[in-house]
Design a protein around this ligand. Structure first.
Ligand code: IMP
Ligand code: MG
Length: 176
């Protein structure tokens, strides 16, 4: 049996400050552009809900679900869409909202798909930029929290589907 405990890393108070700061930038950049804000399921659902309620320009919301094959802790590079957006993205400004960028494989692949669909622009808003294991460079326009490493849960992020509902972000600390 795996033994672990959850260590608090980012409180809701801190997350709310980051949300405000992100919203200021996004409100400034997207005024008058009527973008499609695309949340990456499942992890982004909490962040997405909190973020869009702070945006003050007209926008549309949609979701995509991306599956990447691999082990539980690392993606293999083979990605597929298991639920696509329903709004046509050709000619639209697309703001992708993602929970956490790790190796970068998943989003790098998806950005290419959006380019093929001829979106007018594609930018990424990531709640967490976890940079130590980055393999594929991904331009992250908006980042809430920047960390080196560690497996994080809560505020949408899961460990084997658990802990998505936790308010705040916690690190899973594995014990022998
Ligand atoms: P990437 O392709 O390696 O960047 O994979 C990113 C995806 O892996 C994220 O969207 C998450 O679903 C998952 N992931 C990576 N790191 C974590 C973590 O610390 N906690 C929970 N999920 C993670
Ligand atoms: Mg994700």
């Amino acid at each position: 049996m795996e033994n672990y405990r959850l260590v608090p890393v980012v409180s809701m108070e801190e997350l709310e400050m980051q949300l405000e700061a992100l919203a200021v930038q996004i409100n400034r950049d997207y005024e008058g552009k009527n973008p499609v804000v695309v949340g990456v399921l499942k992890g982004a659902f909490v962040f997405m809900a909190d973020l869009v309620r702070r945006l003050s320009f007209p926008l549309e919301v949609d979701f995509v679900r991306l599956a990447s094959y691999g082990t539980e802790s690392e993606t293999s590079g083979v990605v597929r869409i298991t639920k696509d957006v329903e709004i046509p993205l050709k000619g639209r400004h697309v703001l992708i909202v993602e929970d956490i960028v790790d190796t970068g494989t998943t989003l790098a692949w998806y950005i290419e798909r959006l380019r093929e669909q001829e979106a007018a622009s594609v930018k990424i808003c990531a709640l967490i930029d976890k940079h130590e294991r980055r393999k594929v460079p991904v331009p992250l326009e908006y980042v809430g929290i920047s960390i080196d490493k560690g497996f994080l849960v809560g505020y949408g992020l899961d460990f084997s589907e658990k802990f998505r509902h936790l308010p705040g972000i916690f690190e899973v600390e594995f014990m022998k």
